[in-house]
Design a protein. Sequence first.
Length: 360
Amino acid sequence: MQRIAIIGGGIAGLTVARRRAVAGDQVVLFEAADRVGGQLSSERRNGLVVEHGAEGFLARSEVVPPLAAEAGIADDIVEQLEHTSFRYHDARLLELAPGEAARLLGFQVSSDELGRGIRSFRLGMAELPERLAKTLGDRVDIRLNSPVQSVAPSQHGVTLTGHDAQRHSFDSVVIATTARSVAALLGEALGSPAQALQDSVRLSSLTVSLAFRRESIPHPLAGTGFIVPEPEQLGGVRAVTFTSSKLPHRAPTDQALVRVFFRPSERDLRELSDSAWAERAERGLTQALGVSARHEQAFVSRWPDALPVFDDLHRARVSALESALDGQRTWLAGAAFHGAGIDAAIRSAEQTAERIASRS
C-alpha cells in the first residue's frame, strides 16, 4: 500500500484517486477550489442547466460511459438532439456541412470525430465528477480549499508544502492541474524543465449563457448553433450554441437558453464586468437572431489562460518535464499534458494510475 497525494480535483485527479483507492492505496486529494470538477462546472437554477465549462463529451467516447457507470449515472447520459450547424455571413445564418463548424473553430479533436456531436448528462457535465467524488466515500480524503504551494522529492518519497506552509510526506504524488500551476509547483525543485511550461501557449475563454422567453427569439433555433468566422461582425462573438435545442433538460419549454462564446483580450477579460459581457452578448444575438426582448437571466463564465495549445513546443516541454521526473515518484495527469478534452484527461489518468502500480 502506498500513501499517494493527488493535486487537482478535476476529472483526471478524481479518476486516478478512484483507481488507486480501489487498489488499496491511501489517497489524499488536494483541491484549491471549494468544489471538485475543475473545468466541468454546471449550475442548476430556476429549471436551467447552465454549463460554465465543457458542455459535453465525444459522442463515440469509449472512456466516459464506463466511468459514468462506476459513478452510478449511466442512465443519466443524454444524446444530442440537433446536428445542423450554421455560420453567420451577411446578416444570415447559412447551413454548414457536418463537422465544418468544429473544423473552422479549430477544435483539437481527430477528424473522425468531426460532425459526430456530443453527449452529456441530465444534470450537466458536473454531474460526473460530483457523483464520482461521492463514490470515493471514506476511501479518499478529499480536501477542498487546499491549494498546494510546492512539490519536491525527498529521501523516502515526495514532500508537499501546503498554503499554510505545512509539509506533508507521501510515497507518490500525481499533479493533475494546469501547465501554469505545474511550473509553480515544481519550479523550485526541478528548475527549467518545469518552468518552461509557463511559456506554453494558452488561450482564454469567456462565455455568456442567456435565458430568454422563447417567444422573444423569432429564429426556430433548429440546430446546434452558429459560428462567426469574422467575430468583429458581432462585437467579438466567436460562436453561439442553441443550448436548449442542442441537448435535453437544459431549460423549461417556454424558455430558450443560448450560450455565446468569446475569445477575450487580456484587457477585456480583466476590465469588463459580467453585466458588460452580458450586454455585449445580447447585442450580438439581437443582430443575428432578431431577439425582441431582454434576457431574463445571465451567467458569465471566465476561464483565463485555461486552454492549452498542443503544438510541438508544448508537447516537447511536457516530454522534457516527464523525463526529469522519471524516478522521482511524481507524475503528471490530465488534459493539460496529454491531449485536449475530457477523453484525453481520463485516458491520461488511467495510464498514470497504472504507472504508479508498476513502480510500487
